[in-house]
Structures are given as C-alpha cells and as structure tokens.
Write a protein that binds this ligand. Structure first.
Ligand code: ATP
Length: 236
C-alpha cells in the first residue's frame, strides 16, 4: 500500500544565525489539512523554524519537502507561489496602506486566483469590512493581526504558517482568530501554527510538537496530551 505524501516534511534540519546554532536535527511531518502546533518557551527556536520553512533563513543541514518536492533552497517568493503563506509574529502589514490596499497588493503580487480570494478573506474576518479604507498603521493590534492573516489567505495558500497569531490580542478577537483558523483548516488548508497559549494550542491542534533549546522534546497527536502533561512539557 502506498503511504500518502505528507504536506510538509522536515528532516534533520539545523539552522541558526552566523555561528550561533539555534535548531538541531529537527524532524517534523505535517499531514494535509491538519493543524500542527509548535510550542515551547521563549527563545527556544520556534520562529527560527518557521523562518527556515518559509525560506527566510537557509538551513545549515537538512531538507524541507513540500508536497513531495524538495524546497530546501527555494526563495521565499517561490515558496509563496507554491502555496506556502506566512503571517509572521507581530502582525506584519504594509502600515502606510489601507486595509483594502494591503489585500489587493498581496493578491496582485501572488496571483494564485481571482478577486474572489479577497472576498473570501474578508468573509473570514468581517471586522475588517468596515475598515477597508483605514490605513493599517491605525488598526488596533487585533485588527492588524486579522489583516495579517487575511493577507496570507488572499495568496490562496495550501499551507498557512502562523507565528503567535493570538499574542497580545484581546480575548474576543482571539476567539475570532481561532474560529478563522478552524474554518480555514476545515477547507482543507494545512496549518502550521506557533502558539504560546496552551489552552488555544490544545483547542486547535491535531498534532503538537514541543521544542526546547532548539530540539524537539515531544511530538505526537493532540489526543496523547492532557492539559497537565502539556504544561509539564512546556516547563522542562
Ligand atoms: N536575527 C537574529 N540574530 C541572532 N540571533 C537571533 C536572531 N533571531 C533570533 N535569535 C536568537 O535565536 C534564538 C531563538 O529565537 P527564536 O525567535 O527562534 O525563538 P522563539 O522560540 O520563537 O522565541 P519567542 O517565543 O520569544 O518568539 C534566541 O536565542 C534568539 O535570541
């Protein structure tokens, strides 16, 4: 029997900054349409892992395979064209542009579908609809985070990479972001999520990977973890 191709496969990945190594021998497999959550304390290498998967950092060793194709040395914009979209930490948007311009510019730059992608992204985040002509710089943190995810969605991703989308966001907007993530995964889009809040991670994740000091110390289905065991892993 043939084993299905994973959506994303990372093997033996090491990466860092100059001579400082941050990630050591990371193996990660994400199945299509699932939500994979990466957790760990501050500074353990979670963002470095996402930056390596999205092509912003070149690994020192290892391979990254997307839908069966080796993308280890592919430029970030080519990864976007393959359907890998990234909403980095800190709700990154084009601050001087309006909400509508942010979505249109990103949609035009990637051209992975028609204008219905913009309508669909706005339908996921109805709070953005009345703000279409407001500059991104004037949005609240929660609104800007929603725009950052909407911008990733207008690229018609097959893999959506999110770095701490609920960080510093008020609870009612966290609930909306969680719902958007769940709905996006239900559409068949694979999600790789770094999430600091244990409750949010355990509600969303199909699989949980815990990193400490640049190494994976746990990986497996969400169902294998209790709140207490996950908490204990995070405290190591
Ligand atoms: N541009 C950089 N240059 C040098 N070192 C860096 C750089 N970015 C991150 N680091 C270091 O790499 C290590 C891992 O950082 P990283 O941001 O990947 O961790 P993280 O788990 O995402 O943390 P956080 O939860 O605080 O975002 C840290 O020691 C950090 O100081």
């Amino acid at each position: 029997m043939n084993t299905p191709t994973p959506h994303l496969s990372v093997r033996g990945l090491s990466a860092g900054y100059g001579r400082a190594r941050v990630l050591f021998d990371i193996d990660l497999t994400i199945e299509p349409g699932t939500i994979a959550c990466v957790m760990g304390r501050n500074g353990v290498g979670k963002t470095t892992l996402l930056n390596t998967i999205t092509g912003l950092i070149t690994p020192t060793t290892g391979t990254i395979t997307h839908n069966g194709t080796d993308i280890t040395h592919l430029a970030p914009h080519h990864r976007t064209r393959r359907g890998i979209a990234y909403a980095p930490q800190g709700h990154d948007t084009f601050a001087p542009l309006t909400v509508a311009e942010n979505l249109h510019v990103t949609h035009q730059a990637t051209r992975r579908g028609g204008p219905e992608l913009i309508d669909a992204a706005l339908a996921r985040f109805p709070r953005l609809q009345p703000l279409l002509h407001r500059k991104a710089a004037l949005l609240s943190g929660g609104q800007a985070q929603q725009l950052a995810i909407a911008r990733a969605l207008v690229t018609n991703p097959s893999l959506l990479v999110l770095d701490e989308p609920t960080e510093g966001i008020q609870p009612n907007i966290v609930a909306e972001i969680e719902a958007a993530i769940t709905d996006t995964a239900a559409q068949g889009i694979t999600i790789l999520l770094v999430e600091q809040y244990l409750d949010v991670a355990l509600r969303l994740a199909d699989t949980v990977t815990v990193i400490d000091a640049g190494r994976i110390i746990h990986t497996g289905p969400r169902t294998e973890l209790t709140h207490e065991s996950a908490h204990a892993l995070m405290a190591i």
